[in-house]
Design a binder for this molecule. Sequence first.
Ligand SMILES: [Zn+2]
Length: 68
Amino acid sequence: MPCKSCGSVNQRKFIGEIGIHLPGPKNIDKPVLWVFPEVVVCLDCGAAEFAVPEAELRQLAKGDAPTG
Ligand SMILES: [Zn+2]
């Protein structure tokens, strides 16, 4: 699938390590939700794309503190 930003097919898959924070000052003390998704990076323009794995996605959908 070509890059959504520039249309290039020069993309590679990597394993990402991404800490997701809940927004807002009241959540500043909440723990970070770590996800390790497959990340597709466009090697021409740098656009990156990933999907949050299902287990972590459920935690985000609850909108509550990640229990990590
Ligand atoms: Zn691109």
